[in-house]
Design a protein around this ligand. Structure first.
Ligand SMILES: Cc1cc2nc3c(=O)[nH]c(=O)nc-3n(C[C@H](O)[C@H](O)[C@H](O)COP(=O)(O)OP(=O)(O)OC[C@H]3O[C@@H](n4cnc5c(N)ncnc54)[C@H](O)[C@@H]3O)c2cc1C
Ligand code: SF4
Length: 507
């Protein structure tokens, strides 16, 4: 009476719900390297290498704990290249009496798992994923019938549910949110921490070689590959972050500096999203550091909000909005994604930095994603599906459930305000305030028009003007519209013509 337990590539946790309560002697775990998954968008080579290497290491861990693992390698000549085909082969091979699998993380894979029930003669049990704090029904209950969905209110529910940073029913320190303290620009003379670099072991080097050959035409470089690929190493990076970066995480959360890709960020998202780290356990560790007096409240609260607030909220939105969310385009943006998103070759220093480090590390931190590459795409009116496919391809932590709402909703406002109360649009002034990028740029951030003017400036006002029918009545956009309407007609025309000229250069 065997049970076949497929473990998907983002289920690399010993606590995954499909394993819970199972008899090791009666279970076969199936892990498959699926060509279809690696290539449905041109994923960054380092991302593919990370996921495959983490899967291979996880399979060894599971075996050493006594599980029987049937592992299908990408270059196995019998690998049929898709998961359902591999289930067919596994059923023939192992003759299980049922399949038990933890639910999928995204609509496309959900449809596949749902189809197994009709396709196979044995029962298929799909188990909820318990790695999240809010279940699907909890989010639905919270969201249904609300006039507006806002992260802040959902986040408070998650604080109450987990008890994190709570004193009874009151928030620790008397405030729910310390974001206003978390907007300091960083200086070069700060002691900037570096994340741990894990030199690839033999197994990882093999994977990198295979990826280089098989996915040579994909974006990105593997020369800097230093991801943890085991839970033990991911825990080392977690401890390192708690020790050296967390204390100032809050202060410099929105800061950007030239040639400093990581600053005080945790670089833990690939591990949390693939299952090597547990988000709640991580947050409890952050809280302990605060309670021991080792980190200030703005750091602890800021970090915990990202994980139990934003991360849970975007997952809720992804499932609540349905499979058609990806087709939303509230601002009617249609321009193709410029080539420099794939090469980093542009005179805009902020863009070259953010894209360049993405190619090098499959990583950019939140403000680079939101206020540099995302902001530019928003201002330039790039087709949100192309923007989404880019983000999904280039970051090691990108899975559709978390990437899509962040890109389409938060960054591109393509859902018309379902996720965010206003577009995250800004001129060069914001970038200049939060970074040192403008100092080394060929453009002048202070100029609004002319050949040397920072492109973000004219593009910003062009964005405001062309989207007036949609955004003019948004109370949070009142100030930009007031400023736009105060300008003379000649100024407005000059800004719009500058924007048009620049947009022409994008091809
Ligand atoms: C356009 C865009 C696309 C994004 N795509 C992804 C994605 O594909 N995968 C992904 O995990 N995050 C995504 N994010 C959110 C965020 O940028 C990354 O989680 C973060 O940069 C990861 O780096 P870090 O681990 O150093 O994060 P830190 O700054 O150290 O933050 C700590 C943790 O909080 C969580 N977190 C923070 N912000 C968010 C958020 N907005 N949504 C979900 N989780 C959050 C992550 O788990 C992260 O590891 C995106 C943001 C934007 C604006
Ligand atoms: S001047 Fe403009 S384009 Fe150049 S770095 Fe600053 S914001 Fe970016």
């Amino acid at each position: 009476m065997k049970t076949l337990i497929p473990i998907l590539g983002d289920q690399l946790s010993h606590q995954i719900s499909s394993l819970s309560g199972q008899d090791k002697s009666q279970a076969v775990l199936l892990m498959v390297e699926v060509a279809e998954e690696a290539a449905y968008v041109p994923h960054h080579k380092a991302k593919i290498a990370y996921i495959l290497s983490a899967m291979r290491h996880h399979a060894h861990d599971l075996e050493s704990q006594g599980w029987q693992v049937d592992y299908v390698y990408l270059d196995d000549p019998q690998n049929c290249g898709n998961f359902t085909g591999e289930i067919v082969r596994a059923i023939e091979k192992h003759r299980p009496h049922k399949i038990r699998v933890t639910e999928a993380g995204e609509w496309r894979v959900k449809a596949m798992l749902d189809s197994w029930g009709d396709r196979f003669e044995i029962p298929v049990d799909i188990i909820p994923d318990t790695r999240f704090i809010a279940s699907h029904s909890e989010f639905e209950n919270w969201a249904t019938d609300r006039k507006q969905l806002r992260m802040e209110f959902f986040y408070r529910e998650m604080r109450r549910k987990t008890g994190l940073l709570m004193q009874g029913d009151k928030p620790e320190g008397g405030q729910w949110n310390y974001d206003s303290e978390n907007r300091k620009p960083a200086k070069r003379d700060h002691q900037i921490p570096k994340p741990l670099h894990f030199p690839p072991d033999v197994l990882t080097l093999d994977v990198i070689d295979m990826v280089t050959v098989r996915f040579g035409n994909h974006i990105g470089r593997t020369a800097n590959f230093g991801f943890a690929v085991t839970r033990a190493d991911a825990l080392r990076q977690q401890a390192h972050f708690l020790d050296v970066a967390l204390p100032r995480f809050g202060d410099y959360q929105d800061a950007m500096l030239t040639d400093e890709p990581f600053l005080w960020h945790s670089i833990l998202s690939p591990y949390i999203n693939s299952g090597l780290l547990d988000p709640l356990e991580l947050c409890r560790n952050v809280e302990t550091r605060y309670r021991e007096g080792l980190v200030p409240i703005n750091a602890a609260e800021g970090f915990i909000r990202q994980v139990i607030g934003w991360r849970e909220y975007v997952r809720g939105i992804y499932w609540f909005a349905g499979p058609d969310y990806v087709n939303r385009n509230a601002l009617g943006a249609s321009r193709p994604l410029p080539d420099f998103y794939w090469t980093g070759k542009t005179d805009m220093h902020c863009m070259a930095q953010s894209i360049g480090q993405t190619l090098d590390y499959a990583y950019a931190h939140h403000i680079q994603r939101l206020m540099i590459t995302g902001n530019f795409a928003l201002l330039a009116g790039i087709n949100p599906v192309e923007v989404h496919q880019w983000y999904l391809a280039v970051y090691a932590d990108a899975y559709e459930w978390v990437e899509l709402p962040n890109t389409l909703g938060m960054s591109q406002f393509a859902d018309g305000g379902m996720l965010a109360s206003k577009p995250y649009a800004s001129s060069g002034a914001y970038i200049n305030r939060m970074s040192d990028y403008c100092r080394s740029c060929r453009y002048d951030v202070k100029q609004r028009t002319g050949p040397d003017a920072c492109p973000f400036n004219a593009l910003y006002w062009d964005f405001v003007a062309r989207n007036a029918p949609m955004l003019r009545t948004n109370p949070r956009m009142a100030m930009p519209y007031k400023n736009w309407e105060r300008m003379t007609g000649a100024d407005q025309a000059a800004l719009r013509s500058n924007a048009a000229k620049f947009l022409e250069t994008l091809g």
